[in-house]
Write a protein that binds this ligand. Structure first.
Ligand SMILES: Nc1ncnc2c1ncn2[C@@H]1O[C@H](COP(=O)(O)OP(=O)(O)OP(=O)(O)O)[C@@H](O)[C@H]1O
Length: 223
């Protein structure tokens, strides 16, 4: 199996002279793995996701993501890699309020050519069906419930078949029923596409959906 993510002796602090927020000796995630990353607040979960998505750059060490060492790439090359190969689902959904459900979903294809498959319109339609959004397709996203909005955000992350999906506490605004529905839909799409899935939550009950659990306090020896 090839590695989707490999961190070696990775150190990161928000300010060079201040405390280490990330101090990870080794972390490997295989392509196609579904990984549940959990840990209490402040243990660096979002920081680690931002390092693997190339939003942040490690102070030292190696952060190899989808075959490229991000510590050796410029900000703009890291941005390109993220736009082409990584779908990000946020805690706050970051949808564009004045666009419809479908317009929000196809946005990555308009911004990034490599995400724009020839049949991206067809794929948007398929995701709309898979995620139970058919009756809402032409509504503005602000007219949707919170659970529905998070499914739009998931479809937007999934369009264009990114190799990796990073989800940062995507269920934290959802109630129990919507959380269950969201998890089941995300897993049913994973069954079809087998992308690498890195899912962060402080809610340990969700770990049963994943093939591996990583406890951040066990691997991150931060200050
Ligand atoms: N932009 C920033 N500038 C300086 N320090 C930051 C910044 N973002 C986070 N931190 C600090 O880095 C540490 C890790 O934060 P991070 O958000 O990665 O943790 P987390 O595990 O995701 O927490 P939560 O579960 O509360 O979201 C915290 O001590 C936090 O205060």
């Amino acid at each position: 199996m090839t590695k989707a993510i490999s961190l070696k002796k990775c150190l990161f602090s928000y300010n060079q002279s201040h405390k280490l927020v990330i101090n990870i000796d080794q972390l490997d995630i295989e392509s196609g793995e579904r990984v549940f990353l959990y840990g209490p607040s402040g243990h660096g979960k979002s920081t680690l996701l931002n390092l693997t998505a190339g939003v942040l750059k490690a102070n030292s060490g190696e952060v190899t993501v989808l075959g490229q060492d991000l510590t050796k790439l410029t900000q703009s090359k890291r941005d390109h890699l993220r736009g082409e190969k990584i779908g990000y689902i946020f805690q706050i959904f970051n949808l564009i309020p004045y666009l419809t459900v479908k317009e929000n979903i196809v946005l990555p294809c308009l911004i990034n050519k490599k995400r724009a498959l020839e049949d991206y319109d067809k794929q948007a339609e398929e995701l709309i069906d898979s995620l139970g959004l058919r009756e809402h397709i032409n509504k503005k996203v602000t007219d949707l419930s919170i659970g529905q909005q998070q499914r739009v955000a998931a479809a937007r992350a999934l369009i264009g078949n990114p190799e990796m999906i990073i989800a940062d506490e995507p269920t934290s605004a959802l109630d129990e029923k919507n959380t269950r529905e969201f998890m089941e839909l995300l897993m049913s799409v994973w069954e079809k596409k087998k992308f690498t899935l890195i899912f962060v939550s402080h809610d340990e009950r969700l770990k049963s959906y994943f093939s591996r659990t990583i406890s951040l306090p066990e691997i991150n020896h931060h200050d």
